[in-house]
Write a protein of this length. Structure first.
Length: 600
């Protein structure tokens, strides 16, 4: 991987009906139905909506042989209406359902964690499936999920990236031994740090064994709304930036057709980096993308060191905004600092700076030698990769009050920022770095996706002591909320409740969207708490692997409540379940009074 210049990982081509994946084929977009697989008309209509929104594969759950066989009926109904888009069967606990589905549709997804318990059983059941797939021209997706590793893998590796990769490789080696090549792989987690590290590790392990299967990317149980989009764009975007990924799904707790344009926007944005002017840079010799750790920097005021990354908002014309979450600093440009209250930490252009305890100067590269004339505890200097010459490095190393605001205009800003940070590490310069990007988006969703893909990649690389996002066409409060969302999604700064909520499928036992809304309304003030909201037991304790509490459908109208991975209450009526969840959180001492931020 060249971390500075975009190039796509070379993968083998897999036949999936009329829509091959991998190789030089476009990055494919897909989604999953959330209606019953046994409701043929509803399933057909929903598939058509997804296809017309741009889905290139449509997945359905197949809990048993009955559902698997009905996929053939749905396939026929779609064919009759002129839709040849490949269908995918989603299988968890039932190998017989996988065998049946492989005879009916174009692709079958199995979960190694619950497909078969022992190596002997795996080989016996899996080879049987491979033979059926060979006979019918059916592709397979080996889909490993963070929270549903087998007991055998857990005992050996624990709930780790190494365990997820080992689980996957066990199946891939059988595929190679059986001369079966139409295989796609996914390794998913709701934790973006785990997801990115694991996929990078898998790509490396496969390369070492001369395997080049296509990769399906997704952040599982990402949630809905802004949080779901930011979390997905951060995790998927980081891997796409590495050139990894042949097909993606953005998992949102919304209608499945809503996922498609989000995924398409994300892919299109990353693809803009193709053909950019090459960046000449060298990686820091000690940097290991598989051992993600934060770059070591000195602490300057409350920036750098072990401090959480700061948020810097841009505000001009003396306007004051009611922020939901107030930023740590506000950049005011050439505005007179006296126009703002003394309680707000401000960053002002050097020529507008005033000696006040809450005001700190910002310099540009040509003013580098002026830093020594300003006796303040904190100074900011805006730099690009090209401006990091020897003299600048020397000043940054000597002036312990200096903080870099690293800017990177252009389509490959991520590559330029990576180059700058590797250059700083190679030079042994420990100055803190604020990551800064400017956008001109009128569409909030586009801003969420683009900024999360850009900043998320860098924070997941272990870079960044702060974030500064400026959108020329948008409100500062919106940009500020997105910045906090990006830090939350990359697990670098927790500022709100995190919801690990599944997008729903034919197994879902209650109305996910309305339930998520009610749980959010009741618990959104619980900063730092992770709550899983799962439609069924398959996506229950497994997929919410690191949730503090879980709300899981156990039967129609019945809910199980979890503390961690332990079921505390079973079969609670759905009408009472949210209140019972609140009571469970209170009983365990995790309920806090709502934190109200004083608006600026």
């Amino acid at each position: 991987m060249d971390p500075f210049n975009y190039s796509r990982r070379k993968s083998s081509v897999v036949r999936v009906g009329t829509t091959p994946v991998g190789g030089d084929n476009p990055i494919r977009i897909q989604s999953m139905a959330n209606v019953s697989t046994m409701d043929t008309e509803a399933a057909t209509q929903q598939a058509i909506r997804m296809i017309e929104a741009g889905a290139e594969y449509v997945r359905f759950t197949a809990q048993g042989e009955r559902e698997a066989l009905n996929l053939g009926v749905i396939r026929k109904a779609l064919n009759e209406r002129g839709y040849a888009t490949p269908l995918v069967a989603d299988i968890h606990f039932n190998p017989r359902a996988a065998d049946a589905a492989a005879k009916e549709i174009e692709k079958v997804r199995i979960n190694p964690g619950n497909y078969a318990p022992t190596p002997e059983a795996i080989r016996q059941r899996f080879v049987s499936l491979l033979n059926i797939c060979k006979e019918h021209g059916t592709a397979i997706r080996i889909g490993v999920n963070h929270g549903s590793l087998s007991g055998r893998i857990m005992n050996q590796y624990g709930d780790t990236p190494e365990g997820m990769v080992a689980s996957c490789m066990e199946f891939l080696r059988i595929c190679r031994e059986e001369n079966f090549h139409d295989v796609v792989i996914s390794i998913k987690a709701s934790n973006t740090v785990v997801m990115v590290k694991t996929v990078r590790l898998l790509a490396q392990v496969m390369d070492a064994e001369d395997m080049h299967y296509p990769l399906h990317l997704g952040v599982t149980e990402a949630g809905d709304g802004e949080d779901g989009r930011i979390k997905s764009a951060a995790g998927i975007g980081a891997l796409l930036s590495d050139g990894i990924g042949d097909t993606i799904r953005v998992s949102l707790s919304e209608e499945p057709e809503a996922e498609i344009p989000v995924a398409r926007k994300l892919v299109n944005y990353i693809m803009e980096r193709k053909g950019c002017a090459p960046i000449t840079a060298s990686p820091f010799p000690g940097y290991n993308p598989l051992a993600i750790g934060r770059r070591i920097t000195r602490r300057t005021n409350n920036i750098g060191g072990t401090e959480a990354p700061v948020v810097i908002s841009t505000l001009r014309n003396g306007d004051l905004i009611n922020y939901t979450s107030p930023p740590d600093y506000i950049y005011t440009g050439n505005e007179d600092p006296d126009h703002f209250p003394d309680t707000i930490p401000l960053i002002a252009d050097s020529l507008s700076w005033k000696r006040k305890t809450n005001v700190f100067p910002l310099f540009i590269a040509s003013e580098i030698d002026d830093l020594k004339r300003y006796d303040t505890q904190l100074k900011f200097i805006c730099l690009t990769y090209e401006q990091l010459d020897g003299h600048v490095m020397e000043v940054l190393s000597q002036d312990k009050s200096a903080v870099v605001i690293l800017s990177a205009p252009g389509r490959n800003g991520v590559g330029a920022m990576r180059a700058a940070l590797h250059k700083l590490m190679t030079a042994g310069c420990d100055a803190p770095v604020i990551l800064h990007r400017e956008y001109k988006e009128t569409d909030i969703e586009s801003l969420q996706l683009k900024s999360a893909a850009d900043f998320g990649t860098l924070f997941l690389d272990g870079f960044g002591d702060g974030i500064m996002l400026h959108n020329e066409n948008g409100a500062a409060a919106i940009s500020c909320g997105i910045m906090f969302g990006i830090l939350q999604a990359t697990r670098t700064r927790i500022s709100k409740t995190e919801y690990i909520s599944c997008p729903g499928c034919g197994r879902t036992l209650y109305n996910l969207q309305s339930t998520i809304a009610r749980i959010k309304e009741a618990t959104s003030h619980l900063k730092g708490l992770k709550i899983g909201v799962m439609g069924c037991i398959v996506n229950g304790p497994g997929e919410m692997a690191d949730a503090d509490y879980g709300y899981v459908g156990s039967a129609r109208g019945k809910i199980d409540l979890y503390k961690g991975k332990t079921c505390i209450h079973k079969n609670i009526p759905e009408t009472e379940a949210v209140e019972c969840l609140i009571q469970l959180i209170k009983e365990n001492g995790d309920w806090e009074a709502e934190k109200r931020h004083t608006p600026y």
